[in-house]
Design a protein around this ligand. Structure first.
Ligand SMILES: C[S@@+](CC[C@H](N)C(=O)[O-])C[C@H]1O[C@@H](n2cnc3c(N)ncnc32)[C@H](O)[C@@H]1O
Length: 264
C-alpha cells in the first residue's frame, strides 16, 4: 500500500503511538549502545528517532518508499542515513548492520517474506531482526478496533485490516522461522496514545491515512457520517487514552548459515 499523505497527517493519525511503540520494540529487540541498526519502513521516523536517541545518528539507517516520509525522517533525524526504497530490495551490503528493525510495515510489504529475508541479509551473523504489527486480528489495537467495529455496523462483511500479514499472533514469528532466523521469540508489545476529545480521534481518520482512512474516503458522505456516529457512541466524553497491542517477533541471523539467507 502506498502512503501519500503528509507526515503531519500521519503524525496525528498513527504517529502519536510511535513514542510508546518504538521504545517497546527497541527493548524487545535488545538494541544495545554501540550497535548499528536499520529501520525498515521508517515512515516519518518515529522508530528512527528512538534509535537515534539510543545509538546516535551515525549508527542509524532508515528507509521508506514514500518520498514525503523520507524527507520528514531526514529532517527529524539529522546525520542518520535515510534512503528511499523498499524492504524487498534494501540498498545496503550483506551483513552491514547489527540489527534490522521494522515497525508496522510487514503487512504493507508487497512480499513480506522477501522483505524479512532482506532484513536478515543486511544483518551480520549473530545479529537481530525484529518487527511488529498492530493486533488487528484479535482487536488489541483499540483505535482501529473502534473504527472497524463502527464500519461493520453498516457493512458487516468488511475485512478491514484483520487479514494483513503480521497482524495475527505468531505470524511474524512464523515468517522469521521460514526465513531461516534462529532463536525466534515473539509476543505482545504494549503501546498507547492520549486524545483530548472525540474530534482529536475522528479528524485523523478523514486524512485518508492507511487502510482505515482510505476505506473511509471511499465511502459516500452519508455512510461516512454513519461510521462517525458509531465511533462517537463508542468513545467517552472529554479526554481519553487508548491502549494498543502489537505482535512482535525477534530472531537471530544464524552464524553458520548466513550465506544461505542471501536473497537469491
Ligand atoms: C504504518 S506505516 C509505519 C511507519 C513507521 N515505521 C511507524 O512505525 O510509524 C507503514 C510504512 O510502511 C511503508 N511501506 C509500504 N510498503 C513498504 C515496503 N514494501 N517496504 C518498506 N516500507 C514500506 C509505508 O510507506 C509507511 O511509511
Amino acid at each position: 500500500m502506498q502512503f501519500t499523505t503528509s507526515a503531519a497527517h500521519y503524525d496525528r493519525f498513527m504517529g502519536r503511538y510511535a513514542p510508546s511503540l518504538a521504545a517497546a520494540l527497541a527493548e524487545a529487540a535488545r538494541v544495545t549502545p554501540g550497535s548499528r541498526v536499520v529501520d525498515v519502513g521508517c515512515g516519518p521516523g518515529g522508530l528512527t528517532r528512538e534509535l537515534v536517541a539510543r545509538l546516535g545518528a551515525a549508527n542509524v539507517a532508515a528507509i521508506d518508499p514514500a518520498p514525503q516520509f523520507v524527507a520528514a525522517c531526514r529532517e527529524r533525524n539529522p546525520g542518520a542515513d535515510v534512503r528511499e526504497g523498499v524492504a524487498e530490495a534494501l540498498p545496503w551490503a550483506d551483513r552491514e548492520f547489527d540489527a534490522a528493525l521494522s515497525s508496522l510495515v510487514v503487512g504493507f510489504m508487497r512480499d513480506p517474506d522477501r522483505g524479512v529475508r532482506e532484513m536478515a541479509r543486511v544483518t551480520r551473523p549473530g545479529g537481530t531482526v525484529a518487527a511488529c504489527m498492530w493486533d488487528t486480528t484479535a482487536g488489541g489495537m483499540a483505535m482501529l478496533r473502534t473504527f472497524w467495529s463502527a464500519v461493520r455496523q453498516i457493512a458487516p462483511n468488511v475485512e478491514g485490516e484483520r487479514s494483513m500479514a503480521g497482524t495475527g499472533e505468531g505470524d511474524i514469528a512464523d515468517r522469521f522461522a521460514r526465513a531461516g532466523l534462529e532463536d525466534v521469540v515473539g509476543g505482545a508489545l504494549a503501546a498507547g496514545a492520549d486524545y483530548v476529545d472525540f474530534e482529536d480521534f475522528w479528524a485523523p481518520f478523514t486524512y485518508a491515512v492507511g487502510p482505515a482512512g482510505q476505506y473511509l474516503a471511499s465511502l459516500p458522505r452519508e455512510q461516512r457520517a454513519r461510521v462517525r456516529d458509531a465511533c462517537r457512541a463508542a468513545i467517552p466524553e472529554g479526554p481519553f487514552s487508548l491502549d494498543a497491542r502489537a505482535w512482535y517477533a525477534r530472531g537471530t541471523v544464524p552464524t553458520l548459515q548466513a550465506d544461505r539467507l542471501s536473497n537469491a
